[in-house]
Design a protein around this ligand. Sequence first.
Ligand code: AQP
Length: 384
Amino acid sequence: MRVAVGQHSRWLPPCGTFKKANHGNLRSSGFHLRWNSSQSPKPPSVTTVFSGIQPTGVPHLGNYLGALREWVRIQDAAAENTKLIFSIVDLHALTVPQRSHQLRTWRKEALATLIAVGLDPSRSIIFYQSTVHHHAELYWILSTVASTGYLSRMTQWKSKLKLPDDTSLENSEVRSKLRLGLFSYPVLQAADILVHRATHVPVGEDQRQHLEFSRYTANSFNHLYGDIFPYPEAVISPARRVMSLKEPTLKMSKSHSDERSRIILTDTPEEVQRKVKVALTDSEPGITYDPVRRPGVSNLIEILSHLEGRSCHEIASGYATASPRALKVHLSEKICQTLSPIREKYGAVMADAAALEDISEQGARAARANAEVTMKAVRKAMGL
Ligand code: AQP
C-alpha cells in the first residue's frame, strides 16, 4: 500500500475521544508489546497477537523481514499467557481471481513456510482462515457498521486494479470493474483481527492503513453495541518496507510480473545470486546510503542491514569506495545463509503431507474455540 501514514486521521476519532480505561503496558518476557492505555474500551485480560499472510505465492524476503521473522521473535519471547494466532488468509486471496489448483498449492506452501521459518504449532495457533467460519460471520456484522466513504478512500482496491490513488467511485467505468469483495477487503481484515480480540498485530508498514480501519470499525461497533473489542495496536517491523529488486520505488511483492523483483524463501543459492546480481542500481561511483536519490543501492543496503543488524550508514561507509558488485556479492552470501536452513526445513515439512494436515486441523480447532467466545458476546450484544 502506498499511503501516507495518518491519511485517514480525519475520519478517526482523535485518540482522546476513544473511551478511556486504565491499564498499563502489557509485556511479554523480553519482547515488549506496548499497550496504549488511552485508546481501548477496557483492559484486555490477555495479550493476543494476531497476524496473517495471503497464500498468493511462496512468501518473499519482504514478507519474511517485514512480518514472518517478527512473528517468530514474538512467539519465542512471549509470556506464557500470551495468545499467538497466525492465519493463512485464503479468503483474502479470492479478492482477485484464482485458479483452484493453484490456490490449493499456495495454501499448503504458505503453511509449510510458516513452520519452516520457525513458528511452532504447539505454541502458536496456525490455521487457514476459511476453516474458521467466524471470520466471515463477523465480516458481515462489521459491514453493517463500516463506512463506505472510508473504504472508497483506501488504496488497496485501487492498486489491485492498477488505478491511481486519487481514483473516485464517481467514475462508472471504475464501478463496473470493482467487485464488492475487493472493495470490502479491509472489513474482512478487521474481522480477522477483532474476532480473536487481538491486542497486537505485527505487520509491515503497508498494512498500517488497514490497522487504522480496524480500530475505527471496532470503535464504531463498540459505540453502538457496547465494549466488545479492544482496539488493536500495529506492531510495525523494523524492516518496514522491503523494496523490489527491479523497481526499487515499489515494495517487493508476490504478484509483480517480474520474478527477479523478489527473492522467495525457497530460492536456491544460485537463484539468489542471479537475482541480486541483476538488481537495479545506478551508475554513480561508490556506495552511499541515500534512499531518495539512490533507491536501488539503498534498498540493498537496507536488506543487508536487516540481516546483519548493522546500521545502513555503517554498511555504506564500509563500502564507500567499492562497486555495487562487491556489495551484491556480500548481500547474496548473507541472504543464502539466512535462507538455507529455511529452505531445508521447508522441503522436509512439505514432504510430510499428513503432518501438515494435522497442524491445520489442530490450528482450526483452537482458532474456532477462541473466535466462538468473541462471537457469543457479539451475537448477544446484537440480539441474535
Ligand atoms: N515488501 C514488503 N516489506 C515489508 N513487509 C511486507 N509485507 C508484504 N510485503 C512486504 C508484509 O507481509 C505480511 C503478509 O503480507 P500479505 O501476503 O498478506 O500481503 P501483501 O502485502 O499483499 O503481500 P505481497 O507479497 O505484496 O502480495 P501481493 O503481491 O499479492 O500484493 C504483511 O504483514 C505485510 O505487511
